[in-house]
Design a binder for this molecule. Structure first.
Ligand code: CO8
Length: 374
Protein backbone atom coordinates (compact mmCIF):
# COMPACT_ATOMS: atom_id res chain seq x y z
CA UNK A 1 0.00 0.00 0.00
CA UNK A 2 1.20 3.52 -0.80
CA UNK A 3 2.37 5.32 2.35
CA UNK A 4 1.02 8.87 2.48
CA UNK A 5 2.39 11.96 4.23
CA UNK A 6 1.56 15.55 5.07
CA UNK A 7 4.60 17.34 3.68
CA UNK A 8 3.87 21.01 4.24
CA UNK A 9 1.49 23.44 5.91
CA UNK A 10 0.69 27.11 5.42
CA UNK A 11 -1.23 29.87 7.20
CA UNK A 12 -2.78 33.19 6.24
CA UNK A 13 -3.56 35.56 9.12
CA UNK A 14 -5.48 38.79 8.36
CA UNK A 15 -3.81 42.05 9.36
CA UNK A 16 -6.75 43.34 11.40
CA UNK A 17 -7.19 42.04 14.94
CA UNK A 18 -10.09 42.90 17.27
CA UNK A 19 -9.61 42.70 21.04
CA UNK A 20 -12.39 41.67 23.42
CA UNK A 21 -12.50 45.23 24.75
CA UNK A 22 -13.02 46.68 21.27
CA UNK A 23 -15.67 44.09 20.44
CA UNK A 24 -17.60 44.57 23.67
CA UNK A 25 -17.45 48.38 23.36
CA UNK A 26 -18.98 48.12 19.86
CA UNK A 27 -21.72 45.64 20.86
CA UNK A 28 -22.63 47.53 24.04
CA UNK A 29 -22.82 50.87 22.20
CA UNK A 30 -25.17 49.31 19.66
CA UNK A 31 -27.29 47.52 22.31
CA UNK A 32 -27.55 50.75 24.38
CA UNK A 33 -28.74 52.65 21.31
CA UNK A 34 -31.29 49.92 20.45
CA UNK A 35 -32.60 49.86 24.02
CA UNK A 36 -33.00 53.66 24.01
CA UNK A 37 -34.83 53.52 20.70
CA UNK A 38 -37.24 50.89 22.07
CA UNK A 39 -37.51 52.28 25.61
CA UNK A 40 -41.31 52.58 25.56
CA UNK A 41 -41.83 49.05 24.20
CA UNK A 42 -39.35 47.67 26.73
CA UNK A 43 -41.21 49.45 29.55
CA UNK A 44 -44.52 48.03 28.21
CA UNK A 45 -42.99 44.55 28.13
CA UNK A 46 -43.53 44.03 24.40
CA UNK A 47 -39.82 44.19 23.51
CA UNK A 48 -37.03 42.53 25.50
CA UNK A 49 -34.17 44.72 26.67
CA UNK A 50 -30.90 43.72 25.02
CA UNK A 51 -28.35 42.48 27.58
CA UNK A 52 -24.84 43.94 27.75
CA UNK A 53 -21.74 41.92 26.92
CA UNK A 54 -18.60 41.76 29.04
CA UNK A 55 -14.91 41.19 28.39
CA UNK A 56 -14.59 39.22 31.64
CA UNK A 57 -17.35 36.80 30.62
CA UNK A 58 -15.87 36.21 27.17
CA UNK A 59 -12.42 35.33 28.50
CA UNK A 60 -13.76 33.20 31.35
CA UNK A 61 -16.30 31.30 29.21
CA UNK A 62 -14.12 30.77 26.15
CA UNK A 63 -10.44 31.63 26.69
CA UNK A 64 -10.64 34.01 23.71
CA UNK A 65 -8.78 37.35 23.98
CA UNK A 66 -8.88 38.57 20.37
CA UNK A 67 -9.74 37.48 16.83
CA UNK A 68 -8.45 38.36 13.35
CA UNK A 69 -10.91 39.77 10.87
CA UNK A 70 -10.74 40.64 7.17
CA UNK A 71 -12.23 44.08 7.92
CA UNK A 72 -12.15 45.62 11.36
CA UNK A 73 -13.64 48.99 10.40
CA UNK A 74 -16.94 47.62 9.05
CA UNK A 75 -17.20 45.03 11.80
CA UNK A 76 -16.81 47.61 14.58
CA UNK A 77 -19.05 50.23 12.93
CA UNK A 78 -22.28 50.11 15.00
CA UNK A 79 -24.26 51.12 11.92
CA UNK A 80 -22.98 48.02 10.08
CA UNK A 81 -21.42 45.33 12.34
CA UNK A 82 -20.22 43.11 9.52
CA UNK A 83 -17.09 43.29 7.36
CA UNK A 84 -17.00 45.29 4.15
CA UNK A 85 -15.99 43.03 1.30
CA UNK A 86 -15.27 44.76 -1.99
CA UNK A 87 -17.48 43.30 -4.72
CA UNK A 88 -15.08 41.80 -7.24
CA UNK A 89 -15.53 41.36 -10.96
CA UNK A 90 -15.85 37.78 -12.20
CA UNK A 91 -12.43 38.03 -13.85
CA UNK A 92 -10.69 38.91 -10.55
CA UNK A 93 -9.57 36.26 -8.02
CA UNK A 94 -12.28 35.83 -5.42
CA UNK A 95 -11.41 36.72 -1.82
CA UNK A 96 -11.45 33.11 -0.60
CA UNK A 97 -9.10 32.07 -3.36
CA UNK A 98 -6.80 35.00 -2.63
CA UNK A 99 -6.40 34.25 1.10
CA UNK A 100 -6.46 30.46 0.65
CA UNK A 101 -3.85 30.90 -2.09
CA UNK A 102 -1.47 32.62 0.36
CA UNK A 103 -1.72 29.68 2.77
CA UNK A 104 -1.45 27.19 -0.11
CA UNK A 105 1.73 28.77 -1.51
CA UNK A 106 3.40 28.62 1.91
CA UNK A 107 2.38 24.95 2.28
CA UNK A 108 3.74 24.15 -1.19
CA UNK A 109 7.04 25.95 -0.45
CA UNK A 110 7.41 23.97 2.77
CA UNK A 111 6.74 20.76 0.81
CA UNK A 112 9.31 21.72 -1.84
CA UNK A 113 6.55 21.86 -4.46
CA UNK A 114 4.95 24.44 -6.73
CA UNK A 115 1.42 24.91 -8.04
CA UNK A 116 2.39 23.08 -11.23
CA UNK A 117 2.89 19.86 -9.20
CA UNK A 118 -0.62 19.94 -7.75
CA UNK A 119 -3.17 17.56 -9.28
CA UNK A 120 -5.92 17.63 -6.64
CA UNK A 121 -7.29 20.63 -4.76
CA UNK A 122 -9.90 20.43 -2.03
CA UNK A 123 -11.28 23.66 -0.64
CA UNK A 124 -12.82 22.50 2.63
CA UNK A 125 -14.52 25.19 4.72
CA UNK A 126 -17.66 26.16 6.64
CA UNK A 127 -18.08 29.42 4.84
CA UNK A 128 -17.91 28.92 1.09
CA UNK A 129 -18.15 32.17 -0.81
CA UNK A 130 -20.36 31.08 -3.69
CA UNK A 131 -22.27 28.16 -5.19
CA UNK A 132 -20.23 27.51 -8.32
CA UNK A 133 -17.86 27.17 -10.07
CA UNK A 134 -16.18 25.39 -7.14
CA UNK A 135 -13.67 27.54 -5.28
CA UNK A 136 -11.23 24.64 -5.64
CA UNK A 137 -11.36 24.81 -9.44
CA UNK A 138 -10.64 28.55 -9.37
CA UNK A 139 -7.87 27.80 -6.86
CA UNK A 140 -6.27 25.30 -9.30
CA UNK A 141 -6.01 28.03 -11.94
CA UNK A 142 -4.87 30.61 -9.36
CA UNK A 143 -1.98 28.36 -8.26
CA UNK A 144 -0.94 27.43 -11.80
CA UNK A 145 -2.08 23.81 -11.58
CA UNK A 146 -3.08 22.61 -15.05
CA UNK A 147 -3.61 18.93 -14.28
CA UNK A 148 -6.06 16.90 -12.25
CA UNK A 149 -9.18 18.11 -10.51
CA UNK A 150 -10.63 20.00 -7.56
CA UNK A 151 -13.83 20.22 -5.56
CA UNK A 152 -15.27 21.94 -2.49
CA UNK A 153 -16.58 20.40 0.67
CA UNK A 154 -18.30 21.82 3.73
CA UNK A 155 -18.26 19.79 6.92
CA UNK A 156 -18.24 22.88 9.16
CA UNK A 157 -15.43 23.00 11.71
CA UNK A 158 -14.43 19.41 10.88
CA UNK A 159 -13.75 20.30 7.23
CA UNK A 160 -9.95 20.10 7.47
CA UNK A 161 -10.00 16.54 8.86
CA UNK A 162 -12.57 15.44 6.28
CA UNK A 163 -10.54 17.07 3.50
CA UNK A 164 -7.34 15.41 4.67
CA UNK A 165 -9.01 11.98 4.67
CA UNK A 166 -10.26 12.56 1.09
CA UNK A 167 -6.76 13.66 0.02
CA UNK A 168 -5.06 10.72 1.75
CA UNK A 169 -7.48 8.25 0.15
CA UNK A 170 -6.97 9.76 -3.31
CA UNK A 171 -3.18 9.64 -3.00
CA UNK A 172 -3.24 6.12 -1.54
CA UNK A 173 -5.40 4.88 -4.44
CA UNK A 174 -3.18 6.56 -7.03
CA UNK A 175 -5.88 9.05 -8.06
CA UNK A 176 -3.66 11.99 -7.11
CA UNK A 177 0.10 12.56 -6.65
CA UNK A 178 0.10 15.96 -4.98
CA UNK A 179 -3.03 17.04 -3.15
CA UNK A 180 -3.73 20.37 -1.45
CA UNK A 181 -6.33 20.73 1.29
CA UNK A 182 -7.14 24.41 1.77
CA UNK A 183 -9.34 25.89 4.53
CA UNK A 184 -10.07 29.55 3.87
CA UNK A 185 -12.48 30.58 6.65
CA UNK A 186 -14.06 34.02 6.35
CA UNK A 187 -16.33 33.38 9.33
CA UNK A 188 -16.93 37.11 9.87
CA UNK A 189 -19.31 37.28 6.91
CA UNK A 190 -21.67 34.62 8.31
CA UNK A 191 -21.38 35.53 11.93
CA UNK A 192 -24.01 37.38 13.95
CA UNK A 193 -22.05 40.21 15.53
CA UNK A 194 -25.32 41.47 17.15
CA UNK A 195 -25.93 38.33 19.20
CA UNK A 196 -24.50 38.92 22.67
CA UNK A 197 -24.28 35.20 23.42
CA UNK A 198 -21.95 34.41 20.54
CA UNK A 199 -20.62 37.69 19.08
CA UNK A 200 -17.14 36.91 20.42
CA UNK A 201 -16.72 33.37 19.11
CA UNK A 202 -15.28 33.58 15.59
CA UNK A 203 -12.28 34.88 13.66
CA UNK A 204 -10.93 34.72 10.10
CA UNK A 205 -7.89 32.80 8.81
CA UNK A 206 -6.86 30.38 6.05
CA UNK A 207 -4.75 27.24 6.23
CA UNK A 208 -3.44 24.63 3.80
CA UNK A 209 -1.65 21.27 3.88
CA UNK A 210 0.04 19.27 1.13
CA UNK A 211 -0.58 15.50 0.98
CA UNK A 212 1.72 13.26 -1.12
CA UNK A 213 3.11 9.73 -1.39
CA UNK A 214 5.82 9.43 1.29
CA UNK A 215 8.18 7.67 -1.06
CA UNK A 216 8.52 10.57 -3.51
CA UNK A 217 8.18 13.45 -1.02
CA UNK A 218 11.06 15.96 -1.04
CA UNK A 219 10.07 18.03 2.03
CA UNK A 220 12.45 18.39 4.98
CA UNK A 221 9.66 17.60 7.46
CA UNK A 222 7.36 14.72 6.58
CA UNK A 223 4.48 13.44 8.69
CA UNK A 224 3.25 10.01 7.67
CA UNK A 225 -0.52 9.61 8.02
CA UNK A 226 -1.00 6.53 10.21
CA UNK A 227 -4.77 6.68 10.00
CA UNK A 228 -7.86 8.85 9.62
CA UNK A 229 -11.32 8.40 11.13
CA UNK A 230 -14.51 10.45 10.69
CA UNK A 231 -17.88 10.58 12.40
CA UNK A 232 -21.14 12.47 11.87
CA UNK A 233 -24.31 12.58 13.94
CA UNK A 234 -27.23 14.89 13.12
CA UNK A 235 -27.93 17.82 15.44
CA UNK A 236 -29.66 21.20 15.05
CA UNK A 237 -27.66 22.72 17.89
CA UNK A 238 -25.31 24.47 15.46
CA UNK A 239 -27.09 25.68 12.37
CA UNK A 240 -27.06 28.22 9.55
CA UNK A 241 -30.11 28.36 7.26
CA UNK A 242 -28.43 30.34 4.49
CA UNK A 243 -28.82 28.55 1.18
CA UNK A 244 -29.88 28.31 -2.45
CA UNK A 245 -33.58 28.07 -1.63
CA UNK A 246 -33.77 31.21 0.53
CA UNK A 247 -35.08 33.32 -2.36
CA UNK A 248 -37.63 30.64 -3.35
CA UNK A 249 -39.06 30.02 0.12
CA UNK A 250 -42.70 30.98 0.76
CA UNK A 251 -41.80 32.94 3.89
CA UNK A 252 -38.93 35.39 4.15
CA UNK A 253 -36.54 34.28 6.88
CA UNK A 254 -35.44 36.67 9.60
CA UNK A 255 -32.03 38.18 8.81
CA UNK A 256 -30.39 36.37 11.72
CA UNK A 257 -31.78 32.98 10.64
CA UNK A 258 -29.35 32.90 7.73
CA UNK A 259 -26.35 33.49 9.99
CA UNK A 260 -24.54 31.21 12.47
CA UNK A 261 -26.66 30.21 15.48
CA UNK A 262 -26.13 27.68 18.23
CA UNK A 263 -27.13 26.25 21.60
CA UNK A 264 -23.61 26.64 22.98
CA UNK A 265 -24.10 24.76 26.23
CA UNK A 266 -25.70 21.73 24.52
CA UNK A 267 -22.90 21.73 21.94
CA UNK A 268 -20.34 21.67 24.70
CA UNK A 269 -22.04 18.81 26.57
CA UNK A 270 -22.70 16.64 23.51
CA UNK A 271 -19.58 17.19 21.43
CA UNK A 272 -16.98 16.62 24.18
CA UNK A 273 -17.89 12.92 24.78
CA UNK A 274 -18.40 12.27 21.07
CA UNK A 275 -14.94 13.57 20.17
CA UNK A 276 -13.18 12.00 23.15
CA UNK A 277 -14.64 8.61 22.22
CA UNK A 278 -13.66 9.03 18.56
CA UNK A 279 -10.06 9.93 19.39
CA UNK A 280 -9.65 7.22 22.05
CA UNK A 281 -11.04 4.43 19.86
CA UNK A 282 -9.02 5.61 16.85
CA UNK A 283 -5.77 5.53 18.82
CA UNK A 284 -6.63 2.13 20.31
CA UNK A 285 -7.35 0.68 16.86
CA UNK A 286 -3.99 1.98 15.63
CA UNK A 287 -2.33 0.20 18.57
CA UNK A 288 -1.32 3.48 20.21
CA UNK A 289 -1.65 4.44 23.86
CA UNK A 290 -2.75 8.05 24.49
CA UNK A 291 0.54 8.73 26.33
CA UNK A 292 2.42 7.85 23.13
CA UNK A 293 0.88 10.93 21.47
CA UNK A 294 3.21 13.89 21.87
CA UNK A 295 0.64 16.48 20.75
CA UNK A 296 -3.09 16.94 20.21
CA UNK A 297 -3.77 19.67 17.63
CA UNK A 298 -7.46 20.11 18.47
CA UNK A 299 -10.16 22.27 16.90
CA UNK A 300 -10.09 25.63 18.63
CA UNK A 301 -13.60 26.58 19.79
CA UNK A 302 -13.39 26.84 23.54
CA UNK A 303 -10.49 26.47 25.98
CA UNK A 304 -12.36 24.31 28.52
CA UNK A 305 -13.70 22.11 25.73
CA UNK A 306 -10.18 21.40 24.47
CA UNK A 307 -8.86 20.74 27.97
CA UNK A 308 -11.75 18.39 28.74
CA UNK A 309 -11.40 16.40 25.52
CA UNK A 310 -7.65 16.00 26.01
CA UNK A 311 -8.21 15.06 29.67
CA UNK A 312 -10.75 12.37 28.74
CA UNK A 313 -8.38 10.88 26.17
CA UNK A 314 -5.24 11.07 28.33
CA UNK A 315 -6.93 10.23 31.66
CA UNK A 316 -5.23 13.27 33.23
CA UNK A 317 -4.95 17.01 32.69
CA UNK A 318 -3.01 17.90 29.52
CA UNK A 319 -0.27 20.51 29.67
CA UNK A 320 -0.04 23.44 27.23
CA UNK A 321 2.58 21.65 25.15
CA UNK A 322 0.48 18.50 24.71
CA UNK A 323 -2.67 20.38 23.65
CA UNK A 324 -1.59 23.80 22.38
CA UNK A 325 -4.06 26.68 22.29
CA UNK A 326 -4.24 29.29 19.55
CA UNK A 327 -7.85 30.40 20.12
CA UNK A 328 -6.73 33.00 22.66
CA UNK A 329 -5.37 35.02 19.73
CA UNK A 330 -7.41 33.65 16.76
CA UNK A 331 -10.78 32.69 18.38
CA UNK A 332 -12.70 29.94 16.57
CA UNK A 333 -11.53 29.93 12.94
CA UNK A 334 -13.72 26.91 12.17
CA UNK A 335 -11.88 24.29 10.10
CA UNK A 336 -8.63 26.26 10.09
CA UNK A 337 -8.14 26.07 13.89
CA UNK A 338 -6.58 22.63 14.24
CA UNK A 339 -4.30 23.26 11.24
CA UNK A 340 -3.16 26.59 12.72
CA UNK A 341 -2.31 24.69 15.93
CA UNK A 342 -0.35 22.13 13.88
CA UNK A 343 1.37 24.78 11.75
CA UNK A 344 2.57 26.75 14.77
CA UNK A 345 3.36 23.82 17.05
CA UNK A 346 5.21 21.01 15.27
CA UNK A 347 8.77 22.31 14.81
CA UNK A 348 10.01 20.39 17.87
CA UNK A 349 8.90 17.01 16.51
CA UNK A 350 11.70 14.43 16.25
CA UNK A 351 11.58 11.44 13.91
CA UNK A 352 9.16 8.90 15.41
CA UNK A 353 7.04 11.43 17.37
CA UNK A 354 3.29 10.95 16.98
CA UNK A 355 0.61 13.66 16.91
CA UNK A 356 -3.15 13.79 16.46
CA UNK A 357 -5.07 16.46 14.57
CA UNK A 358 -8.79 16.76 15.18
CA UNK A 359 -11.60 19.01 13.92
CA UNK A 360 -15.18 18.96 15.24
CA UNK A 361 -18.33 21.04 15.02
CA UNK A 362 -21.64 21.45 13.27
CA UNK A 363 -23.37 18.39 11.91
CA UNK A 364 -22.29 17.20 14.43
CA UNK A 365 -19.10 16.18 12.68
CA UNK A 366 -15.69 15.12 13.94
CA UNK A 367 -12.47 13.84 12.43
CA UNK A 368 -9.20 12.37 13.67
CA UNK A 369 -5.91 12.31 11.74
CA UNK A 370 -2.97 10.51 13.40
CA UNK A 371 0.49 11.32 12.02
CA UNK A 372 4.10 10.35 12.76
CA UNK A 373 7.20 12.39 11.92
CA UNK A 374 9.44 10.36 9.60
N1 CO8 B 1 -21.32 38.74 28.13
C1 CO8 B 1 -21.81 38.61 29.41
N2 CO8 B 1 -22.61 37.60 29.80
C2 CO8 B 1 -22.96 36.70 28.84
C3 CO8 B 1 -22.50 36.78 27.50
C4 CO8 B 1 -21.64 37.86 27.16
N3 CO8 B 1 -21.15 38.02 25.92
N4 CO8 B 1 -23.01 35.74 26.82
C5 CO8 B 1 -23.76 35.03 27.68
N5 CO8 B 1 -23.75 35.61 28.91
C6 CO8 B 1 -24.44 35.17 30.13
C7 CO8 B 1 -25.73 34.40 29.83
O1 CO8 B 1 -26.85 35.25 29.71
C8 CO8 B 1 -25.84 33.51 31.04
O2 CO8 B 1 -26.37 34.24 32.13
P1 CO8 B 1 -27.36 33.51 33.21
O3 CO8 B 1 -26.50 32.46 33.85
O4 CO8 B 1 -27.74 34.62 34.11
O5 CO8 B 1 -28.46 32.92 32.40
C9 CO8 B 1 -24.38 33.20 31.40
O6 CO8 B 1 -23.61 34.26 30.82
C10 CO8 B 1 -23.92 31.87 30.85
O7 CO8 B 1 -24.30 31.78 29.43
P2 CO8 B 1 -24.06 30.49 28.57
O8 CO8 B 1 -24.66 29.33 29.27
O9 CO8 B 1 -24.50 30.76 27.16
O10 CO8 B 1 -22.47 30.47 28.61
P3 CO8 B 1 -21.48 29.25 28.52
O11 CO8 B 1 -20.76 29.13 29.80
O12 CO8 B 1 -22.14 28.03 27.97
O13 CO8 B 1 -20.44 29.77 27.41
C11 CO8 B 1 -19.99 29.42 25.06
C12 CO8 B 1 -20.89 30.09 26.11
C13 CO8 B 1 -18.61 30.06 25.17
C14 CO8 B 1 -20.57 29.70 23.69
C15 CO8 B 1 -19.87 27.91 25.33
O14 CO8 B 1 -21.15 27.35 25.52
C16 CO8 B 1 -19.19 27.16 24.21
O15 CO8 B 1 -18.09 27.45 23.81
N6 CO8 B 1 -19.83 26.12 23.68
C17 CO8 B 1 -19.30 25.34 22.60
C18 CO8 B 1 -19.58 26.07 21.35
C19 CO8 B 1 -18.93 25.47 20.16
O16 CO8 B 1 -17.92 24.82 20.19
N7 CO8 B 1 -19.53 25.70 19.03
C20 CO8 B 1 -18.98 25.24 17.84
C21 CO8 B 1 -19.59 26.01 16.79
S1 CO8 B 1 -18.54 26.26 15.52
C22 CO8 B 1 -18.81 25.16 14.22
O17 CO8 B 1 -19.20 24.05 14.32
C23 CO8 B 1 -18.59 25.69 12.87
C24 CO8 B 1 -19.80 26.36 12.42
C25 CO8 B 1 -19.49 27.16 11.22
C26 CO8 B 1 -18.74 28.43 11.49
C27 CO8 B 1 -19.53 29.58 10.99
C28 CO8 B 1 -18.87 30.88 11.32
C29 CO8 B 1 -19.76 32.04 11.15
Amino acid sequence: MIRVAITGSGLYTPQDSISNDELVACYNAWATRENAAHAAAIAAGTVQELPMSSTEFIYKASGIQSRYCIDKVGTLDINRMRPRVRTRRDDEPSLMVEIGGIAAREALTNAGRSGADVDFVIVAASNLQRAYPAMAVEMQAHLGSTQGFGYDMNVACASAAFGIQAAVDAVRLGNARCALVINPEITSGHHNWRNRDCHFIFGDAATAVVVEPLETAVAKEKFEVLGTRLKTQFSNNIRNNFGFLNIAETETRAWDDVLFQQEGRKVFKEVVPMVAELLSSHLADLGLKPDEVKRFWLHQANLSMNQLIAKRVLGRDPDEIEAPIILDQYANTSSAGCVIAFHKHHADFAVGDVGLLSGFGAGYSAGSVVIRRV
